[in-house]
Design a protein around this ligand. Structure first.
Ligand SMILES: *[C@@H]1O[C@H](CO)[C@@H](O)[C@H](O)[C@H]1NC(C)=O
Ligand SMILES: CC(=O)N[C@H]1CO[C@H](CO)[C@@H](O)[C@@H]1O
Ligand SMILES: CC(=O)N[C@H]1CO[C@H](CO)[C@@H](O)[C@@H]1O
Length: 397
């Protein structure tokens, strides 16, 4: 009896320490979605996206009660820009997990979603190091989160909802859709009044080059900057085949060969900004993660062909698509071009086609939407998606 009580107390102790964070893994995830930590702040400044008048440091009126947030440096801009970062004016949907970081917040009911526009930077410097310095090969802050959002609380819009630094899952979403759902979420037109919103518009015009803005989008279903479809971020795809193990080391350590599962497997090289926000070219933070790609039916004019819409496959990221020559047109997502490649996509996946697994499905560089998903679930759905155990055999695993 005495032993039983001791064991019970010990397990209760273990429950107590671990219980407050619902997200697990590295980086922390929950229900197959990436987690983020949150805090709140209030200042009267226009912030690092210039959401205020050009002639002073004030904010626009909509900052009062709006759902706006400062993102950690790595998310704000992979190239470390501290003004007009590539995430300025983009929106994220945050959903409470019910968890929180021990000693840094309080429990909040789970499943509460709100949509926030990124209008500011949480720098990876003192006094913001503990939350906003995502570091290491996995790129997490000291509590294990790959992202952090510091939420503007100038009109008590955050504390008023009972949010005391809740743990959340996060995903990119469309600002206009967010504004329709929550009037406090700024929309795309409001962002265009920000100083960085104006720069971005000029860049889009320049990118189109020929001045004919209507020609380019004909075959692309995704719209906006970055391009989105049905509220999901879009990516461009291409295919490749080589026999080398790639930037996640998915092959024997003594040579440059690939594992057998590259033959017919669903594996992909991700653009540098996604592969590793810190610019790492070996064992990037996204090695071994899986993305579900769903065809939109669209494609980039002159670069592919129409594919039926709604076809989904899950790919493990096992390689890097470098942002240096000869791949910059697809993989050059960078602050200087608004975080999109020359065709307007925030992400690019180069799909391994060594056994014609891509061309065999009739995929000729289709435009897709993408979302993060668990590799084991992907593998169950189609054995060609490598599972987490297979990834552990890679050098970076
Ligand atoms: C970042 O630092 C500023 C002071 O410079 C502070 O007001 C803010 O709360 C900090 N935010 C986080 C998330 O550390
Ligand atoms: C211009 C403007 O509306 N600025 C407001 C932004 O929000 C802060 C509170 O966070 C107010 O103090 C400012 O007046
Ligand atoms: C070790 C191994 O199975 N390597 C194969 C990886 O896939 C390529 C085709 O993309 C084959 O040529 C390799 O033999």
């Amino acid at each position: 009896m005495k032993m039983y009580v001791t064991v019970l107390l010990m397990s209760m102790g273990a429950l107590l320490t671990e219980a407050n964070q619902k997200c697990t893994g590295n980086p922390l995830m929950y229900n197959g979605k990436l987690c983020a930590s949150t805090t709140k702040y209030a200042d009267g400044n226009k912030g690092a996206c210039g959401c205020g008048p050009a002639d002073n440091n004030d904010q626009f009126e909509w900052n009062h009660s709006g759902f706006v947030a400062a993102a950690n440096q790595a998310l704000f801009d992979a190239g470390e820009a501290s003004w007009c970062g590539e995430s300025c004016g983009k929106c994220v949907k945050l959903t409470t997990t019910g968890g929180f970081v021990d000693g840094q917040g309080q429990a909040t009911a789970d499943g509460q979603s709100r949509i926030f526009m990124i209008t500011n930077l949480c720098p990876n410097e003192a006094p913001n190091l503990s939350w906003c310095s995502q570091q290491g090969s996995v790129g997490v802050n000291q509590y294990g989160y790959g992202a952090h959002f510091d939420l503007e609380n100038g009109a008590n819009q955050i504390s008023g909802m009972g949010w005391d630094n809740p743990e959340v899952t996060w995903e990119w979403t469309d600002c206009d859709g967010g504004h329709l759902e929550y009037s406090s979420t700024p929309n795309d037109d409001m962002y265009k009044t920000c100083q960085c919103g104006q720069t971005e518009n000029e860049e889009i015009t320049n990118t189109n080059g020929n001045g004919d803005a209507t020609l380019a989008p004909t075959n692309q279903k995704c719209t906006g900057n970055p391009r989105m479809y049905n509220g999901k971020p879009c990516a461009s795809t291409t295919k490749y085949a080589d026999g080398s193990k790639g930037a996640c080391g998915c092959g024997p350590s003594e040579n440059n060969d690939q594992f057998e599962w590259n033959h017919s497997g669903f594996v992909a090289a991700a653009n540098q900004a996604l592969f590793d926000a810190g610019g790492v070219t070996w064992c990037g933070g996204w090695c071994g993660k899986c993305v579900k790609l769903t065809t939109t039916g669209g494609f980039v004019d002159g670069q592919g062909q129409a594919t039926g819409e709604g076809q989904s496959k899950v790919f493990m990221i096992t390689n890097l698509c470098s942002n240096t020559y000869p791949t910059p047109s697809w993989c050059s997502q960078h602050a200087s071009n608004g975080g999109v490649n020359q065709n307007g996509y925030g992400a690019h996946f180069n799909l391994q086609d060594g056994a014609n697994q891509i061309s065999g499905m009739g995929w000729d560089n289709p435009e897709v939407t993408w979302e993060l998903i668990d590799c084991d679930a992907g593998h169950l759905d189609d054995w060609r998606t490598p599972n987490n155990g297979m990834y552990m055999t890679c050098q970076c695993g």
